[in-house]
Design a protein around this ligand. Structure first.
Ligand code: ZN
Length: 255
């Protein structure tokens, strides 16, 4: 499989990077990424991954575009009001890059669907707005050994982590949140969020997905970046693997 002349032109600024090159661009074209949540985080994720030439994007969201979304969800326009986000996203991304296959799933991801949608993906990005979905995505990605990029925002803050918990020295999402995490905190609807905060965090999430696929630079699995945009401060933590984690810890010896 090689890149055609129009793809060579489109991705020239990637291909000239020694860290990406033609080989990395081909890996992007062969890749499939599941994007859970097509909202404030999902918008820049989908913009950048489609522009980058990721071969297939599965867009999973059961919401419709609402007027209150347009302050930050830059995939959508006023004309999209009332349209399911996954469908409106597919339409917008087809205009951006016809080389990319975008598959919309107008569904709320439960445990049953999560496995099927994540199976075979090269990475999954979770920018969803509720904890049940986050846990379902985390468990399905761990079981299928699919790299998880988990991103969240609220008010002027965000965080992003990369998880490959099946590896011996890498934490999983449950190592981070605990075995019985608290339920959802406040939602963006309740506490607000400054529009560009979702852009910062979503752009970082897209970058981390590309890092997993290309790959380039330092491996980020097990790192957590805390972003405080009231103070304009980024902090990077290394998350430990919890040896007693019920999800990724050593299984009890049989017999
Ligand atoms: Zn774990």
């Amino acid at each position: 499989m090689t890149l055609g002349p129009d793809e060579l032109a489109r991705y020239a600024r990637h291909i000239v990077l020694p860290e990406i090159g033609g080989a990395g661009q081909l890996r992007l074209r062969r890749a499939r990424v599941a994007v859970v949540g097509a909202g404030g985080i999902g918008s820049p994720v989908l913009h950048y991954l489609a522009a980058a030439g990721v071969g297939r994007l599965d867009v999973i969201d059961d919401d419709r575009v609402d007027a209150s979304n347009l302050q930050r969800q830059t995939l959508y326009t006023t004309d999209d009001l009332g349209v399911p986000k996954a469908q409106a996203a597919a339409t917008a991304l087809a205009r951006l890059n016809p080389h990319v296959e975008v598959v919309p799933h107008v569904t709320r991801l439960g445990r049953d669907e999560a496995g099927a949608l994540i199976d075979g993906a090269d990475a999954v990005i979770d920018g969803s707005d509720n904890f049940d979905t986050r846990l379902a995505v985390a468990d399905a990605s761990l079981a299928r050994r699919v790299a998880l990029v988990s991103a969240a925002v609220g008010r002027f803050e965000g965080q992003i982590g990369v998880f490959r918990g099946w590896e011996a020295d890498r934490p999983c999402y449950r190592c981070f949140v605990g075995a019985a995490p608290q339920r959802d905190g406040l939602t963006c609807a309740e506490e607000g969020v400054l529009g560009p905060v979702t852009g910062v965090v979503g752009s970082l999430a897209a970058l981390e997905v590309i890092r997993q696929i290309a790959p380039f630079g330092d491996d980020s699995a097990g790192k957590l970046v805390l972003i405080d945009l009231l103070a304009l401060r980024f902090r990077t933590l290394s998350l430990p693997k919890d040896p007693g984690c019920p999800a990724c810890g050593a299984p009890a010896t049989a017999g």
